[in-house]
Design a protein around this ligand. Structure first.
Ligand SMILES: *Cc1c(COP(=O)(O)O)cnc(C)c1O
Length: 424
């Protein structure tokens, strides 16, 4: 395998892609890889192998879902078994109950659940559910939090739009935009002022920000949100699409000991297949159709492939001490990055981390926007040169997987050292 050689095949595929896809891609962040994206032929453990036969240690991992790494054998075996028996029924199958019970057994706040097909669908339906339940229309979100690509919360959203400097609102009706209030993350005063003034159906929050790089909640922020929502009769939605089954087996809610009213999940619970889920207490969840009147439906909801892939993944997380191991690897990466000579700060919570250059602390989206993202992009390219794939955007997260074992980590640390020496 050659790390530095030509990438002539990827280059010609990119040329074709530009002529057939808007911006050359099917999700914007993929276009952030410079000078053009490499095309992946195969994912194996901690590595991706490109059409040009280059091999990278993958710290992006599908932007979060692949906590076991690529093509984990046990998950693969169970998926193949299911495929053998058919892959879409539109009729209930046993495995959906197994995955739901598994999730509910780890998250106290989840008594009932609805499976959908993406994190986007999960938050969209969670907000609709909160509106139906409270009979209120307005919501409150936080600057730089990303809740997927639907209209309801696409205001000051993190992730790809931030990378490309695109305001998210074109195409969203003014009436919808007016239902969204935005506060600075970690600012409870702003939250209380809005709750006093407006009838808020729900506060939706990433309990750990993962779409502006990584930004942890400050002590008392989440408990403050819990108290304030109780006082003012609003629901609290934890968007755990990234953090669910990642920072702990019971998500950020278990990690910090705060119970939301509604939880949205995605990414890891599908084991790398499309998935989303809305979970919560019985009396709220029963507002969903067909037991209630808040509409949700989906041809692919609870499709058996996503169900079995997610169930198998969580079984491995339970058995193999995955969160501890991945967090150890993430700590090694964070510690090595932290020794870089350029002024910076590294934010990490367990197995998710990011480095910000030119700033000494990042506590909210405004701080993250002040970081030197050109320098980050330059460093990301240096890492690619030594065979390490970090997110192509300052506003995404570095993840580790179970496949990042001792050997891979040794190679990764050596690579980072080399990249740093050429960078300083
Ligand atoms: C990725 C993400 C989403 C959207 O999930 P998709 O499956 O991409 O639609 C929503 N919320 C958070 C916190 C996410 O990280």
């Amino acid at each position: 395998m050659d790390k530095r050689g030509s990438s002539i095949l990827s280059q010609s595929l990119w040329k074709e892609a530009l002529s057939i896809f808007p911006g050359g891609v099917n999700s914007p962040v993929r276009a952030a890889v410079k000078p053009y994206p490499f095309y992946v032929k195969e994912g194996k453990g901690a590595y991706v192998i490109t059409e040009d036969n280059k091999k990278y240690i993958d710290f992006v991992l599908g932007y979060g879902p692949l906590i076991l790494g690529h093509a984990y054998p046990y998950v693969k075996k169970n998926i193949f078994n299911q495929i053998d028996k058919g892959w879409l029924f539109g009729i209930p199958s046993k495995v959906e109950i197994e995955l739901a019970k598994k999730i509910s057994s780890h998250m106290n706040s989840i008594e009932k659940i609805r499976f959908v097909n993406s994190g986007t669908e999960a938050t969209m339906n969670a907000i609709r559910l909160a509106r139906g339940f409270t009979k209120r229309e307005k919501i409150l979100k936080f600057d730089g939090n990303y809740h997927g690509a639907h209209d309801y919360a696409l205001v000051d959203a993190g992730s790809a739009a931030m990378e490309f400097g695109i305001p998210n609102s074109l195409g969203i009706p003014e009436q919808v935009l007016r239902t969204v209030n935005v506060c600075t993350y970690n600012d409870l005063t702003c939250v209380e002022n809005i709750l006093k003034k407006e009838d808020i159906a729900a506060i939706i929050v990433e309990p750990i920000m993962g779409n502006m790089g990584v930004i942890p909640p400050q002590k008392d922020f989440l408990s403050g949100l819990r108290e304030l929502t109780k006082t003012y009769g609003s629901l609290l939605i934890f968007d755990e699409v990234i953090t669910g089954f990642r920072v702990s087996i019971s998500g950020a809610q278990g990690y910090y000991g705060i119970e939301p009213d509604i939880t949205t999940l995605g990414k890891i619970i599908g084991g790398g297949f499309p998935i989303g889920a809305i979970g919560g207490k019985r009396q709220i969840m029963d507002f969903l159709t067909p037991s209630g009147k808040v509409f949700n439906a989906g041809t692919f909801n609870a499709n058996p492939i996503s169900m079995i892939a997610g169930l198998s993944t969580i079984e491995v997380i339970e058995k193999e001490n995955v969160i501890h191991k991945t967090s150890q690897s993430a700590k090694e990466i964070a510690d090595e990055l932290d020794k870089i000579g350029t002024p910076h700060v590294v934010n990490r919570v367990e197995n998710m981390l990011q480095i910000f250059f030119g700033v000494s602390s990042v506590k909210n989206a405004e701080d993250a926007r002040k970081a030197n993202k050109e320098l980050y992009n330059k460093f990301q390219l240096k890492l690619l040169d030594v065979g390490i794939f970090f997110p192509p955007s300052q506003f995404e997260t570095v993840f580790t997987s179970l496949a990042h074992d001792e050997n891979v980590m040794q190679e990764a640390i050596e690579g980072i050292k080399k990249a740093k020496s050429e960078f300083n």
